[in-house]
Design a protein around this ligand. Structure first.
Ligand code: SF4
Length: 69
């Protein structure tokens, strides 16, 4: 089972809460610049164990975590 993490770039405000609350933050979360705005993304979901901390603690509800076959 593969975990897919989607970040709504329009909602992301680049605070990095996802990175901070994720038990594996440095392995999974990175940021990039989109039109001059800092946006976080999940770079490697193979480390994710589906706790959903990132999604539930995101201040703008920008993150969706789901499982795919
Ligand atoms: S679901 Fe949990 S382990 Fe996976 S990226 Fe989010 S906080 Fe990290």
């Amino acid at each position: 089972m593969k975990v897919v993490i989607e970040v709504d770039e329009n909602r992301c405000i680049g605070k990095g809460k996802c990175y901070l609350v994720c038990p594996r933050g440095p392995k999974i979360w990175k940021f990039k610049s989109v039109d001059g705005k800092k946006v976080y993304y999940a770079s490697d979901t193979s480390y994710c164990f589906f706790c959903k901390n990132c999604a539930t603690r995101c201040p703008t509800n920008a993150i969706t975590v789901k499982r795919e076959k």
